[in-house]
Each structure stands twice: as structure tokens, then as C-alpha cells.
Design a protein around this ligand. Structure first.
Ligand code: ZN
Length: 419
């Protein structure tokens, strides 16, 4: 059959609208069509409409009846630490006893535990663990994932992580975008010689560039981790090599990370739980994606980023899981959307904008992903929900019924097929 036609869609969230990042009030303008259909040819959407307009394709189309359900573009998880070994459930008791992330880090735990496990893990062990994670993401409606390295802090393990993600990008239906994040922590042996570690990071990204293993570089800019000056030095160098740049900014302490992200031309600034109002203005001015990670706040029982004020100030917000073994061991992007609504007071329309088109912008993919309109990749999710509000209202469960990537069905009735 030449075409695929999906008809009888109760609510079709197309996200059709202005090009690029949706900011401020525009985030609440997600186009929703009722009694809709769309047409797919050669893995791309070709036509979107309402009523019976699809009938002209009937003779040459596979017809899928959506039975009045909700369809959105494939969800995009724009901030994850996908590839790592092991888990850190033993930190749960410390967390419950009131130790903070930085307390655990100072004791040599936290990320350094995962670094040790990831360094020791074989390529295949990492591949198998990450593939399981990707399968869970796919079952929850995620069709694109960003994958950061940063559990090696030296070249060979960083390369191993990035190669695992690249291999999975080729093998798994989910599209994976690699980010180098060797600047995730200062290894203890460089504690008293930080410039030497920055120099090493620069050497690493030259090699990673040669092997074409990452599109972005990211830095954990935070009190006690990388300073503003160190972040500026490293990201300026990364940019000069042609990398897109990102920052973990203002997660715990407000250091002006968001303003630095604007100054350097970062595509996104992530976390932003402690960002000051004046720094939000800079994000809006620079059209830097404010990539917010509500599951991290939920899991750490810390404050949430002030999404309402950011949107009021004209920022473009994205929402991601921050999937990682320490502060967000959860692959469920639907839950991140629900928490963003319930705890950060974002509307369902803002939240779906944040996990589709705005997330696509933060990965440089908005020409091909993030909306349902002619010419874009036919990535879409059929949810067992009558409408978008229901997807948020019935929280904590998986609503996904079917997932298609590039017009090919990869999840059917809640099960992965053909992987
Ligand atoms: Zn992160």
C-alpha cells in the first residue's frame, strides 16, 4: 500500500504553528483537531485534515481506525543520562535521612559510584542495560532520546558510553542524539589541579569530534562542581569545534548559569530550579530552551523550576525525564508531563508543546520532528485516552497503546513489535 491513513482520531494534537521554539503564550497554542485524520507516505506525514477527506486515499491505503482516541507526535526526551552501569538504590536511605546530592557527592558516593561501575562494565553489559531502558521509554511513547555520556570522566569510558548510544541508535527504533558530558564532575585526582582536567576535557572532545560521536557538549555548572569561568572556557572551545552546547544550570545554587547559557549561545539550559528572574529574562532574550526536569525535583523532594514565571517572561520551555541512576531513575516521560502540570502548574497544552516541538528544538531536530504536519517524519503515539486533559488527569499509569516511528509501527497494544 502506498499510503497509511489514520482516521477517526478523537483529538489530534498536531502542534502545527510558528516555526522553531514556541515561547511564552504560544506554548499554549498547540493546535488540536477533533474528528481528524492524517495521511503518511514514505514515512512522512503528507496531509492532515478533519471529517471524511481521507476517503480519496481508501483504494491505495492501509487504513487505521483510531477509534476516537488521542494522537500526539512522538514524545521527545531531551535530557537523559541513558548509558550507565548499575543502579544506586542504596542511596535511598541516605536521601530519606536528609542527606543532599552534594553531601553524598562529597563523601565520594553519588556519581563516582556510577563512574566506577560504568568504567568496569563491558560494552555489551552497557548495551544490554541501555537497551532495556530504551524499550521502557518506547513503551511510554518516547520516540527520540538525548543520551549524555559523563560516567567515565576519562576518554576510553566516555567513548564506550557514546559508542553504546551510537550502536543503539542504529539498532533500536528510537532515535538517539549523543551529548558529551565528561564535564559532569571533577574526578578526585584533579581536585587540586582543575585546569589540568579542563585541558583533558578539551583533548577528549577533539577525539570525539574526529570519531563523530556527539552532536552536543554539556557541562554541570554548579557550586562545588564546574564554575562559571570553567564552563565558559570549555564550552567556548567546544563551540569553536562545531559542537552545539548545553548547560546543567542553576540546579541547586543560583550562580547566573542561565545568563551564561545565553551569553555563550547554548541551545538549552537545563534544570533551572534556582534561576533568578533577571536570568530568566536572558533565557527569553536568547531564545535558549529552558529544559525543565520535574521528576528530579519530585525524586529529590526539592523545589520545582518556576515554569509559570519563565513562560510569563517569554521563555520557551521543554520538559524531560533527566533519566539517570542518582536523581531520576525513571523512564516515564508521561509522568514528567503530569508532574509538570500538577506541581509546576503548566497547562496540558504547554506540556505537550514542551515534550514535542520545543524538545525537538533543544536537539536541533525541529525541521523533521516534533509536530504532525506535511513533510515531517511520521512519528506518532496513539494513547488510550479520549483527549489531552485525560492523559494528564489519569496520572502514574501508561496510556500508550500504539507507537509509530517513521510510519512504521513499533508498539502495538502496549507491546514492542519488530525489535
Ligand atoms: Zn542531567
Amino acid at each position: 500500500m502506498r499510503y497509511i491513513v489514520v482516521k477517526n482520531i478523537g483529538e489530534l494534537v498536531t502542534l502545527k504553528g510558528s516555526k522553531g521554539l514556541r515561547t511564552g503564550k504560544d506554548m499554549n497554542e498547540a493546535q488540536i483537531l477533533k474528528n481528524a485524520y492524517f495521511v503518511v507516505e514514505n514515512g512522512k506525514f503528507t496531509e492532515v485534515g478533519t471529517g471524511l477527506g481521507y476517503q480519496k486515499y481508501q483504494a491505495s491505503a492501509l487504513i487505521i481506525d483510531a477509534q476516537g482516541k488521542l494522537i500526539t507526535p512522538g514524545l521527545i526526551d531531551s535530557h537523559t543520562h541513558l548509558v550507565h552501569a548499575g543502579s544506586r538504590e542504596h542511596e535511598l536511605a541516605m536521601k530519606l535521612a536528609g542527606y543532599t546530592y552534594l553531601d553524598i557527592l562529597k563523601q565520594g558516593g553519588g556519581i563516582f559510584d556510577t563512574v566506577a561501575q560504568t568504567t568496569q562494565a563491558s560494552f555489551n553489559d552497557l548495551l544490554n542495560q541501555s537497551q532495556k531502558t530504551l524499550n521502557r521509554m518506547l513503551l511510554h511513547g518516547t520516540t527520540v532520546v538525548e543520551a549524555k555520556s559523563g560516567y567515565g570522566l576519562e576518554l576510553s569510558t566516555e567513548l564506550k558510553q557514546l559508542e553504546v548510544a551510537k550502536t543503539l541508535d542504529q539498532r533500536h527504533p528510537i532515535k538517539i542524539i549523543n551529548t558529551f558530558m565528561g564535564a559532569h564532575a571533577i574526578p578526585p585526582q584533579y581536585k587540586d589541579n582543575r585546569p589540568k582536567f579542563i585541558a583533558l576535557l578539551k583533548e577528549m572532545i577533539k577525539e570525539i569530534k574526529k570519531q563523530n560521536l556527539a552532536k552536543f557538549c554539556d557541562v554541570f555548572c554548579e557550586d562545588g562542581v564546574f564554575s562559571l569561568e570553567e564552563t565558559r572556557e570549555f564550552l567556548t572551545f567546544a563551540k569553536s569545534l562545531g559542537y552545539g552546547i548545553k548547560m546543567h544550570a542553576d540546579e541547586i545554587v543560583s550562580m547566573g548559569g542561565a545568563s551564561l547559557a545565553q551569553e555563550l549561545g547554548c541551545i538549552s539550559a537545563d534544570h533551572l530550579m534556582a534561576t533568578k528572574e533577571s536570568d530568566m529574562d536572558q533565557l527569553a532574550k536568547g531564545r535558549v530552551v529552558a529544559n525543565l526536569l520535574p521528576l528530579t525535583s519530585f525524586y529529590l523532594n526539592s523545589n520545582y523550576a518556576n515554569a509559570r514565571l519563565m513562560i510569563k517572561k517569554g521563555c520557551g520551555v521543554a520538559i524531560a525525564t533527566d533519566y539517570n541512576p542518582g536523581s531520576s531513575p525513571c523512564e516515564n516521560l508521561q509522568l514528567a508531563m503530569q508532574v509538570a502540570c500538577l506541581k509546576m502548574k503548566m497547562t496540558p497544552k504547554e506540556v505537550i508543546t514542551a515534550t514535542t516541538i520545543n524538545a525537538a528544538v533543544s536537539l536541533g531536530l525541529d525541521e523533521t520532528k516534533g509536530t504532525i504536519e506535511g513533510g515531517k517524519d511520521a512519528d506518532f503515539v496513539i494513547f488510550d485516552c479520549p483527549n489531552l486533559d485525560y492523559l494528564i488527569y489519569r496520572f502514574g499509569i501508561n496510556h500508550v497503546e500504539d507507537v509509530y516511528i517513521g510510519g512504521k509501527q513499533v508498539v502495538s497494544q502496549g507491546r514492542i513489535i519488530g525489535v
